[in-house]
Design a protein around this ligand. Structure first.
Ligand code: G3P
Length: 225
């Protein structure tokens, strides 16, 4: 299972990369705006900085919504670095763009996917990744993990190579549920990845081990008599 981090914050990306478990980064226009990155040159420079911080798989989303503009923007984004995966929304011109860009050897992540039918279209068009947003489905009282499971099952039925990239992950249980149903990738905020570390029994057990070691060491070095 691949771990992507869902942020445009360089410090968070570098911290996750430093942990040694990161396989990629996903961004979107909202996450870029959150970092205050605007203007084409700044945006390109920021994507380049992200690419230089990780091994591969940096999703950069197009802003255009018309086919010709989407493919030009996609080609331009792909030129920033070989690690770029062009993120394309699940709309009619988006499906055409996925087909075109994929045929040109450009990896595409189809985003804003909320149904199995949309995921099927993305795979048929040749997307490298499909991004169902499980958290946003949960927000409207729809079972996000069931959709992930359904897409994994459909792709297995037909041997589609498109990887299921579970997005809009809000907490560690989402991540674990995705792992249980066989999602290829999860993308999550830094705090979700870091939260995987936590268990009170680990903290309690380590404190006990260290205390016992200290006691034994003190006993061994204490003067006899
Ligand atoms: O990057 C797409 C997705 O992960 C967004 O998540 O939390 O804004 O629904 P969220």
């Amino acid at each position: 299972m691949k771990f992507f981090i869902d942020t445009a914050n360089l410090a968070e990306i570098r911290e996750a990369q430093d942990l040694g478990v990161l396989d990629g980064v996903t961004t979107n226009p909202s996450l870029m705006a959150k970092e205050g990155i605007t203007g084409e040159e700044n945006i390109r420079a920021h994507y380049k900085a992200i690419c230089d911080s990780v091994d591969d798989n940096v999703s950069a989303e197009v802003i255009s919504t018309k086919f010709e503009e989407m493919i030009e923007e996609g080609k331009s984004l792909a030129k920033i670095d070989d690690k770029i995966v062009v993120k394309i929304p699940m709309i009619k011109d988006g499906v055409k763009s996925i087909k075109y860009l994929s045929s040109q050897g450009i990896r595409v992540n189809c985003t804003l996917v909320f149904s199995a039918g949309q995921a099927l279209l993305a795979a048929k068009a040749g997307a490298s990744y499909v991004s169902p947003f499980m958290g946003r489905l949960d927000d409207i009282s729809t079972d996000g993990v069931s959709l992930i499971q359904q897409i994994v099952h459909i792709y297995q039925n037909y041997g589609f190579e498109t990887e299921v990239l579970a997005a809009s992950i809000r907490h560690t249980m989402h991540l674990i549920q995705c792992a249980e149903v066989g999602a290829d990738v999860v993308t999550c905020p830094a705090k979700v990845i870091m939260s995987l570390l936590n268990h009170p029994l680990t903290d309690k057990g380590l404190a006990q081990f260290l205390a016992d070691h200290k006691k034994a060491k003190e006993a061994a070095t204490a003067p006899v008599g």
